[in-house]
Design a protein around this ligand. Sequence first.
Ligand SMILES: NC(=O)C1=CN([C@@H]2O[C@H](COP(=O)(O)OP(=O)(O)OC[C@H]3O[C@@H](n4cnc5c(N)ncnc54)[C@H](O)[C@@H]3O)[C@@H](O)[C@H]2O)C=CC1
Ligand SMILES: O=C(O)[C@@H]1CCC=N1
Length: 264
Amino acid sequence: MIAIIGAGRMGEALLAGILDTGHDPAGVLITEARQERAEELRERYGVANVSAAEAASRADTLLLAIKPQDMVAALNEIAAALPPGRLVVSVAAGITTAVLEKHLPPETAVVRAMPNTPALVGQGMTAVAAGAHASAEHLARAEALLGSVGRVLRVPEKHMDAVTALSGSGPAYFYLVAEAMIEAGVLLGLPRATAETLVAQTAVGSAAMLRDSGEHPALLREAVTSPGGTTAAALRELERHGLRSALADAVEAAQRRSAELSEG
Ligand SMILES: NC(=O)C1=CN([C@@H]2O[C@H](COP(=O)(O)OP(=O)(O)OC[C@H]3O[C@@H](n4cnc5c(N)ncnc54)[C@H](O)[C@@H]3O)[C@@H](O)[C@H]2O)C=CC1
Ligand SMILES: O=C(O)[C@@H]1CCC=N1
């Protein structure tokens, strides 16, 4: 039995992805504080909403997808009812395995994970790091669960804030670029629906080449850039407006924020 504690945006992405892989909804519980949200998910996915204590006592694996600011309160509720031998996986930004362990019964196996919302469509990217009491079997169990909704990479825990900044928040950067490109297409006079289709499929195609061709992105970009052509004219403007340094500053800010969240 799996329990997802906190079924907001990330919790739902994981829930939907896990069910899509053929997991029986009867084997998944949710614990969601907002009643109307719990009801919506029950209707959509057929999963039951139970108290944190019931989730802790019935599920072998607890997946915590609540905000970092709500984490300690939720851990205290779970800790009171958690039998030995359970696996607790947290996807909260900035919450270290040490903090999780401190608020759970001694020796509890914890895994810190950082997924992203494309898990909803089975294309997630998750990084995992084991806590002090998580065995190889626990880590493998967390990897199998998160691997059902995309790719999984093991990282040292010290890299988790950087991972959060890059792949955890990363989808938002791509969506912002997509949004801006669609608006630019509309500015050029394209119908909005046309611009949306052009941008979405260009994103999908570019992402597939980036992942599957084995080529460095710089080479893929060069292949689009004809001498004296349109792409070179566009790229010069992107460089002039500081796209690279904007991204470097952005991921640094995200990493800092992730580190701040661990301070409570
Ligand atoms: N949204 C994203 O792209 C990603 C989010 N995360 C992490 O996932 C966590 C959740 O983020 P979001 O889904 O964006 O936030 P959200 O606000 O959409 O979801 C949090 C949910 O938890 C519920 N909740 C709060 N306290 C609770 C409690 N004690 N018991 C049961 N339910 C409770 C809230 O009602 C809400 O539905 C955060 O820790 C975030 O760092 C990690 C990776 C990506
Ligand atoms: O914005 C956030 O804090 C969460 C963590 C990574 C993506 N969303």
